[in-house]
Design a protein around this ligand. Sequence first.
Ligand SMILES: Cc1cc2nc3c(=O)[nH]c(=O)nc-3n(C[C@H](O)[C@H](O)[C@H](O)COP(=O)(O)OP(=O)(O)OC[C@H]3O[C@@H](n4cnc5c(N)ncnc54)[C@H](O)[C@@H]3O)c2cc1C
Length: 391
Amino acid sequence: MLQNILIERKIYASEEHKMMQGMIQEFISNEIMDKLDDWEKEGMVGREIWKRAGDLGLLCIDMPEIYGGGGLDFSFNALFIEEFAKKGISGPGFSLHSDIVAPYLLKYGTEDQKQKYLPQMAKGEMITAIGMTEPNCGSDLKALRTTAEDKGDHYVVNGQKTFITNGFMCDMAIVAVKTNVNTDQEGVTLLIMESSMEGFSKGIPFKKIGMKSQDTCELFFDNVIVPKENRLGEERMGFKIMMEELARERLTVGIFAVATAEGAIEDTIAYTTEREAFKTQIAGFQNTQFKLVECTTQMQIHQAFLDRCIELLVDHKLTTETASMIKYSATDMCGSVVDECLQLFGGYGYMWDYPIARMYADNRVARIYAGTNEIMKIVIARGLFKDLLKR
Ligand SMILES: Cc1cc2nc3c(=O)[nH]c(=O)nc-3n(C[C@H](O)[C@H](O)[C@H](O)COP(=O)(O)OP(=O)(O)OC[C@H]3O[C@@H](n4cnc5c(N)ncnc54)[C@H](O)[C@@H]3O)c2cc1C
């Protein structure tokens, strides 16, 4: 129904996009939907689904073929994220792996690092994570305390990370550490750490209010020996790299949010046309129609901006301010759309069996992770007032 009135999306208009969309939808309905309950009970997805996604070419879609990727552009990754979001599926942390970790390696990795990790990642044989947040710092990343002591040909890493997506299942994580602590060379550096390294351990997955099948957990490092060849980029470049790459991460959160809102509206149109009260379809009440009109309008406005952001990313022109705008505004919009939609489901909207309940719980975090929405506003304000403020 919704498709009848939405603006046609040029970014997905090609035959290749349509074929890919069909394949993703089949994958979701045949191989994902009936596993959701089990994954939620387990607190994590199965390894086999990673391999299956890899076999189908759905991991690292925009990575060059020489490293085992699909060689397509980012709009195909975006399509993949959207199809999952529309169905309210947040379990497999595919996007973090394909859209965040893989680009770090591609952009800043040495040829040896790329050859070693990327093909396994594309096949789903290696699951990856990124460790920035610590118990004492999330927004204020420069305050991180995990240290890497220089021992000549290797570092010795000590510290802890928290809230790490794919943390429990990960075979490898890109970890932000402090090097040259207490010297004038102190700074944030990125290391590639394999979970098989001695002294690398994992907490049990957190019990969360949503995203229950995602294995978010703590990572602990106790005198972990990390060879120097595992450094990603130069020493003290870590913060700069993270800030540059966060634009893409924030866009992926925006993509998920807009598509979730679209899925929620579709489901609500279907439900309110079926359900009756006072001998009338719920959709027949003007309140229902006005609410869904408002939700659709908000979603459409964001989708138009989102498509432009996706194009900008494909052209390597997405700025950190623009990415922060779509992240905060789309996740705020998604929060209120899903809330309105849930209301129109009445009591059933509060029942876990209904995807709208899962969407409600799962999407709350979108305003918090990848930088909170308050931090997004700080980033945008910095651009607005660049060189104008006295301090
Ligand atoms: C499910 C989940 C998955 C996650 N996955 C990952 C992951 O894979 N890797 C990873 O590294 N991290 C991950 N995170 C961590 C996430 O990015 C952080 O939680 C987030 O950046 C916020 O940091 P914090 O929790 O320390 O909050 P804090 O920084 O303590 O912030 C608390 C509150 O203070 C506000 N605040 C802070 N500073 C300012 C300021 N200057 N001005 C105004 N308000 C401010 C914040 O907006 C927030 O509302 C995940 C978190 C969750 C919940």
